[in-house]
Design a protein around this ligand. Structure first.
Ligand code: IMP
Ligand code: MG
Length: 182
């Protein structure tokens, strides 16, 4: 049987597994310190699918009782338009009113998706709403998004791995890699 090259097309490693581990430990500590004195329940929201790996690792570095919840959104229309529509494919199961909510995202690029999600969740009146992102591409921002916890700022390159995909592939890489151009 031919060996399957699951790392096919990766040009180089941008962030190694060891670096990620260390960074997430530090983020977890920061998050724990912020919420440790808060009385309200903490609900950590995973934005599927890209955040799933980061979410799983980050949650285990938060040394507090938490509830996990999951949300899937998809965006329609021209990616360039700030008015592009966002559809909730799978909504949260928890009622977040009066709760502390931490949204966990894989990468913030234009910021359009997150901006819409924040708007939707704010309307549900959580006590406090914060945002953690694994990666951030500041050079691509079209709308302002306030990031509370940021893993890494990265250059404008298409990256995969550690949850991030190209055509649904590469999510299971333990590192962040840059994909070869065509
Ligand atoms: P935006 O911030 O609304 O432009 O969209 C961010 C979404 O685009 C992320 O949640 C990813 O799904 C996707 N995305 C942006 N940049 C990359 C990348 O470099 N690799 C993989 N997915 C990306
Ligand atoms: Mg995403």
């Amino acid at each position: 049987m031919a060996e399957k090259n699951w790392e096919y097309g990766i040009e180089k490693v941008l962030i190694s597994e060891a670096q990620i581990k260390e960074r997430i430990k530090a983020l977890g500590e920061e998050i724990t310190n912020f919420y440790k004195d808060k009385d309200e329940e903490l609900i950590v929201v995973c934005l599927l699918k890209g955040s799933v790996i980061f979410f799983a690792d980050l949650c285990r570095e938060i040394k507090l009782p938490i509830k996990m919840d999951f949300m899937t959104v998809s965006s329609y229309g021209n990616q360039k338009e700030t008015s592009r529509e966002l559809k909730i494919v799978k909504d949260l199961e928890e009622n977040i009113m009066g709760k502390n909510v931490l949204i966990v995202e894989d990468i913030i690029d234009s910021g359009l998706t997150l901006n819409k999600i924040l708007e939707i969740l704010k309307a549900r009146e959580p006590k406090n709403l914060k945002l953690a992102t694994f990666l951030n591409k500041p050079s691509r921002r079209e709308v302002n998004v306030k990031i509370d916890y940021n893993g890494y700022d990265i250059p404008d390159e298409f990256v995969v791995g550690y949850g991030l995909d190209y055509a649904q592939n590469y999510r299971n890489l333990s590192y962040v890699g840059i994909l070869k151009g065509e």
